[in-house]
Design a protein around this ligand. Structure first.
Ligand SMILES: *[C@@H]1O[C@H](CO)[C@@H](O)[C@H](O)[C@H]1NC(C)=O
Ligand SMILES: *[C@@H]1O[C@H](CO)[C@@H](O)[C@H](O)[C@H]1NC(C)=O
Length: 374
């Protein structure tokens, strides 16, 4: 080869190198290159990281965003929120319910029913103190309430749009479950108000799974549910509906003043339901790690459950791995471990008693469809 073609080749190599440098610096800073143990060759992109919602108080919320499996540009944006208050949408929603993967030992197993088959899914750990979300000033964890949470969630989405401008006017749905029956209607209400000044949120609908909308109604379904599933006796059911119902118990509990009659009823109810029944699905086993691994050792073929009842343990292990946190661009600030539900957040739990059903009504009146599923 003559010297001029060497030169051409050297220049070409230089250009290629330069291209890769530009390309990688152009890649979104929150893009997840690869989650440890994930299946090879994914058809969709994943992103995660922080969005600051309050610079003065150093409050940052952590999100995990998975684009739709096919043609994300034509699919809506869906924000998912778990409840608690204080539980993680990353751990519960994304990694055990409707996200693309479930942790299993070292690996992430594909979820065939992932909602990112149909939508671009955004999972938000909110409020601060939940999961990887934090404030560097720990006094911000005190007296967090529905109002603060709704405002922070609104600011989160506004600022998230700056990171992902392509999604700014995308059809938006907000979904979630349980205490998100408080978060979602209140966030949607702020969006509707915000849109009157500046049209930003293209909110197309909200869907609420098993939500808390009206405290007394929702909590008192418990007695009927336990009784009709054979978990409590007729006489206990009678006490649980006349002597002390569940909403009264919860109300007393959060005021630190459980009456002797409620205390008596509740201990009878817990004795009969026991810790060996999953209250969310009475047909499932419960996860008792040592018992399960013992029975697995004795009789492996018997433990072939459709639902992995120990998924929560696996999520806690997975999300506490340093390599996983690095891949997610996540940090633990002020806590030693990632937990499913926060133990540093001091939420105003009496907010539970404020009904949000009327907000749902006004959202429907303003033209936003609402789906409530149980
Ligand atoms: C933390 O927040 C509290 C309440 O807002 C404030 O009084 C305090 O000065 C803050 N501390 C720091 C170190 O910023
Ligand atoms: C539950 O108890 C409260 C307080 O005693 C009472 O006001 C309410 O009507 C009860 N609800 C039901 C469904 O029994």
């Amino acid at each position: 080869m003559c010297s001029s073609s060497w030169k051409t080749m050297a220049v070409a190599l230089l250009l290629i190198e330069l291209w890769f440098t530009i390309e990688s610096s152009l890649a979104h800073p929150d893009k997840i290159v690869k989650l440890p143990g994930q299946p090879p060759r994914l058809s969709f992109q994943q992103f995660s990281g922080y969005v600051t919602v309050d610079y003065k108080k150093h409050k940052a919320l952590f999100y995990y965003f998975v684009e739709a499996e096919t043609d994300p540009a034509s699919k809506p944006l869906v924000l998912w929120l778990n409840g608690g208050p204080g539980c993680s949408s990353l751990g519960v929603g994304a990694f055990s319910e409707n996200g693309p993967f479930r942790p299993n030992g070292e690996f992430l197993v594909k979820n065939d029913y992932s909602w990112n088959r149909e939508a671009n899914m955004l999972y938000l750990e909110t409020p601060i103190g939940v999961g990887f979300s934090y404030s560097t000033n720990t006094s911000s964890y005190e007296a967090v309430d529905d109002e603060i949470t709704a405002r922070d969630n609104l600011v989160f989405l506004q600022n998230w749009y700056n990171k992902f401008p392509n999604y700014r006017h995308r059809d938006l749905y907000i979904t979630g479950e349980s205490y998100a029956g408080h978060y979602i209607p209140q966030l949607a209400k702020l969006m509707v108000e915000f849109n009157k000044k500046q049209n930003l949120f293209n909110l197309k609908g909200i869907a609420l799974g098993n939500p808390v909308l009206e405290f007394a109604t929702d909590f008192n379904s418990r007695a009927e549910y336990f009784w009709s599933h054979g978990l409590i006796s007729d006489s206990t059911y009678n006490m649980f509906t006349s002597v002390c119902n569940y909403s009264r118990y919860v109300s007393e509990y959060y005021r630190d003043s459980v009456s002797p009659s409620c205390s008596k009823v509740m201990s009878q109810v817990s004795r009969e339901t026991s810790k060996f029944v999953d209250k969310y699905d009475v047909t499932l086993d419960v996860c008792i790690s040592s018992v399960l691994s013992q029975s697995m050792a004795i009789n492996p073929q018997q433990v072939s459950e459709r639902v992995d009842v120990c998924v929560e343990d696996k999520i806690v292990n997975y999300l506490n791995r340093k390599d996983v946190q690095k891949a997610l661009h996540a940090r633990l600030v002020g806590v030693r471990l990632w937990t499913v539900c926060s133990n540093i957040l001091d939420y105003q739990l009496l907010n539970l008693e404020m009904p949000t059903i009327s907000i749902v009504g006004s959202l429907i009146k303003s033209g936003i469809p609402v789906l409530v599923y149980r």
